[in-house]
Design a protein around this ligand. Structure first.
Ligand code: SAH
Ligand code: MG
Length: 198
């Protein structure tokens, strides 16, 4: 599997696929072990790099992952098979905002790593599928260091994207239902958990 992972890193580099940074995935894998996470929902599989590494964190981890791009979805399926992980990973080819999960699905961890401009929408849609003490982890919360500096940006598209991530951070900070911690690891990670009802 190690070899396959290296191959995926090379493929990502060559094809400009924004896979997670090594420090971030190492942090998440440790988090999965320490919190005894079993069922994971991932939004944004790309070629299955973070998917496969999360699924390999321990024996009893199962991942449902959603990808809307056909080429990446096919590549992801291929990689999951090559790593012998078909039984642990379910790859869904659809736009996450159109996916209808069955009501009885519950995840201990939801990993948001798809279109950065839609983070708030993903959070609001999928929080209903979180188990009682489940976590929502979001990647690229610093977005290459641009977050917090959007006013200085001149490129319109980039500026509006960064503004959306800033909006998501504000949404998390002022959220009445969830508490969020922010980590300066890799491209920035956040971990949200339901507030205690006392
Ligand atoms: N988690 C991967 C990287 C994901 S990159 C890793 O770290 O290895 C983000 C991916 O999200 C892209 O492949 C993109 O096609 C996908 N994506 C973006 N918006 C989406 C949406 N609304 N639904 C499903 N996939 C989406
Ligand atoms: Mg990412």
């Amino acid at each position: 599997m190690k070899e396959k992972i290296l191959e995926m890193e090379e493929y990502a580099q060559e094809h400009n696929v924004p896979i997670i940074e090594k420090k971030s995935i190492a942090f998440i894998m440790k988090f999965i072990k320490e919190n005894n996470i079993k069922n994971i929902l991932e939004i944004g599989s790309a070629i299955g790099y973070s998917t496969i590494l999360m699924a390999s964190a321990k024996d009893d981890v199962y991942v449902t992952t959603i990808e809307r791009d056909e080429t990446r979805y096919m590549e992801c399926l291929k990689n999951v098979k090559a790593c012998g992980m078909d039984k642990k990973i379910n790859v869904v080819y659809q736009d996450a905002l159109d996916v209808n999960l069955s009501n009885d699905m519950q995840f201990d961890l939801i990993f948001i790593d798809a279109a950065k401009g839609q983070y708030t929408k993903f959070f609001e849609k999928f929080k209903y599928f979180l188990s009682d003490r489940g976590f929502i982890i979001t990647d690229n919360i610093n977005f290459h260091g641009y977050v917090g500096n959007s006013d200085k940006l001149e490129n319109g598209n980039l500026k509006s994207l960064v503004k959306k991530i800033e909006g998501y951070i504000e949404f998390l900070k002022t959220n009445e239902e969830f508490d969020t911690e922010f980590f300066n690891i890799g491209d920035g990670l956040s971990i949200s958990v339901r507030k205690n009802e006392e």
